[in-house]
Design a binder for this molecule. Structure first.
Ligand code: AMP
Length: 589
């Protein structure tokens, strides 16, 4: 059986690992380096380059060089080169093919199976696109796992003591933070949070801007429209940034960067670590909210963390390490190589799935992995309400069912509208799928029983089905690329959820109060009827007037417009009816 390789398919760099003699080792790229730039280029003479080779020629061939394609995974983005259209999956597949080739050279045998990692925030479509990329590259993708989970796995192999761990992963293009529980042979992700558009690329961009501005001040020449110069500046900026992780100053020199009045101009400036830190401090600060939210979701404080692991090349920046320590009160662990641990974890999982029976140190049990859903999943119900089926941060694999019914008498079809997001109203969430269950047996409203099931597999991929329990008729949905929630949308949705938290709380409360009010109205009507003539006239009059008032307020209430004052009025009316109808409800239930 061929070996299963573990692949960290990164935004900036990718890394591949395999388990040899029970230990994960990194497979070097063609040039001997441990990571391969996630860059693909098409040369003018039809050659296709991947990795370092693509990176080296990027300056002279910028418009035929593709980098950071991971940001486009699962989107409609395409690029046209030499009349051919390429989707992100296709470009990613080219990177994977290179890694496969490197692995085959290293192992001296054909490699056909892999475990690939993705950011914890990747949605179903992005995960599926990653799987497709693997398939295009000729790999059977045995599992897609979250990067922090993978890092923890590589960590758990070396150490095995039960503890809760924070994985702080700041790479080239994404930031993920996860709280992970390492237990007896089990690694469980308790919560994840992050920012899909934050990473080393943004730090580079700040330095680039600083260089361009400084050069303009010095020479009055604007380099920002000079494509080739900008590519060189971008590379110089990244080099300077890396140097500043170990030195206090970096000398940025780029001779012959441009010409003015027939004279060559050189770029020559010094950037200090202090200047760099002040230009990126707001970016580093942006990691604080996700850290808080991951801790909150895991219902722990930083004091309960056993360790804090640093993952991703950008965690080599001393200011980042200081920030992590300041936020958690813990010195982050450094005995885990930030560029390699994700790939190593994937290789360990690959080996485990192949039945090699790798065990967590000291436990004698096979390692088990549990991942979580990054966002809640719901369906739309009466009144445009998003009724949650799967809560955010639910452990995978998961299967949840709930019984629903029809809202109108003799309804023959129900439309299942599947949503992703944290907001209480359906229209504020992302539609990820819609389908119709037809042929329900005609019955009064509320009688048919429709079982809706959400099935999430270990890769976080979702299948929704609806079944009429009476007839056994069933319909299900496979989410298509058109219905995806992009990483930008996830970010936006998380932001919206925060911005509208107060408004949403009112709506959530309103949904509950209206439900209670309606139930009270139904019960009161029934009790008054049951009481008949036995009911005291004065009481009856009061109950009737309180009922009418509550009915009016409930009918007037629109969930999309409800405010605190209106809600308070309904609550007060409900309390009055509860009070006046108290005896009736108890005596004639
Ligand atoms: P990753 O996605 O984990 O490979 O991280 C890549 C990012 O880490 C890129 O933005 C790199 O520029 C950055 N990086 C790598 N090494 C260093 C370093 N020594 N100091 C600062 N940033 C680094």
């Amino acid at each position: 059986m061929s070996k299963v390789i573990g692949i960290d398919l990164g935004t900036t760099n990718s890394c591949v690992s395999v388990v040899e003699n029970d230990k994960p080792v990194i497979i070097p790229g063609a040039d001997g380096s441990m990571t391969t730039p996630s860059i693909v280029a098409f040369t003018k003479n039809g050659e296709r380059l991947v990795g370092q080779a693509a990176r080296r020629q990027a300056v002279t061939n910028p418009d035929r060089t593709i980098s950071s394609v991971k940001r486009r995974m699962g989107t409609e983005w395409t690029t046209r080169i030499d009349g051919k259209e390429y989707k992100p999956q296709k470009i990613s597949a080219m990177i994977l093919m290179q890694l496969k080739k490197d692995a085959e050279k290293f192992l001296g045998e054909e490699v056909t199976e892999a475990v690939i990692t993705v950011p914890a925030y990747f949605n179903d479509i992005q995960r599926q696109a990653t799987k497709d990329a693997g398939r295009i590259a000729g790999l059977n993708v045995k599992r897609i796992i979250n990067e922090p989970t993978s890092a923890a796995l590589s960590y758990g192999l070396d150490h095995g003591e039960p503890q809760k761990v924070m994985v702080y992963d700041l790479g080239g293009g994404t930031f993920d933070v996860s709280i992970i529980e390492i237990g007896e042979g089990i690694i469980e992700v308790l919560s994840t949070a992050g920012d899909n558009h934050l990473g080393g690329d943004d730090f580079d961009e700040r330095i680039v801007r600083w260089i361009v501005n400084k050069f303009r001040e010095q020479t009055r020449v604007d380099l920002s429209r000079d494509f080739a110069a900008m590519q060189r500046i971008r590379e110089a900026a990244e080099r300077a940034k890396k140097e500043l992780s170990t030195s206090n100053t970096s000398h940025i020199i780029q001779p012959y960067i441009t010409q003015a009045k027939g004279e060559p101009l050189h770029l020559d400036m010094v950037l200090t670590r202090q200047e760099f830190e002040s230009m990126v401090s707001d970016l580093i600060q942006r990691t604080e909210d996700p850290v808080r939210s991951a801790l909150n979701d895991a219902r722990i404080t930083s004091a309960q963390l056993g360790r804090v692991l640093l993952v991703g090349g950008s965690t080599r920046i001393p200011a980042v390490q200081r920030k992590v320590q300041e936020m958690t009160g813990k010195e982050p662990s450094r005995n885990i190589n930030p560029d390699e641990c994700v790939a190593k974890g994937a290789a360990i999982l690959g080996s485990t799935l192949q039945g090699k029976g790798l065990v967590a140190a000291g436990t004698g049990q096979d390692l088990l992995l549990l991942d979580v859903t990054p966002m809640s999943l719901s369906i739309e119900t009466v009144g445009g309400v998003a009724t949650r089926i799967v809560e955010r941060n639910t452990t995978l694999p998961a299967r949840y069912s709930q019984i629903f019914s029809t809202a109108a008498p003799y309804q023959r079809n129900v439309d299942i509208h599947v949503l992703q997001g944290e907001r209480p109203m359906a229209r504020d969430n992302k539609t990820i799928g819609k389908f119709r269950l037809k042929g329900i047996k005609p019955a009064p409203a509320g009688v048919p029983q429709i079982e809706v099931t959400f099935d999430l597999d270990a890769n976080g991929i979702l299948k929704v089905s609806a079944r009429d329990l009476d007839t056994g008729k069933e319909q299900s949905i496979t989410i298509t690329a058109d219905d995806r929630m992009s990483d930008v949308e996830i970010q936006q949705a998380m932001q919206d959820a925060q911005n509208y938290a107060a408004q949403d709380q009112v709506r959530k409360d309103a949904i509950q109060v209206l439900d209670e009010a309606n139930k009270l109205l139904v019960r009161t009507e029934r009790s008054v009827k049951n009481a008949g003539k036995q009911l005291d006239r004065a009481v009856k009059k009061q109950v009737k007037s309180d009922t009418a008032r509550l009915q009016k307020l409930v009918a007037k209430c629109r969930l999309d417009r409800v405010d605190e004052a209106q809600l308070a009025e309904i609550r007060a009316a409900k309390e009055e009816l509860e009070h006046s109808a108290d005896d009736v409800l108890r005596t004639w239930p």
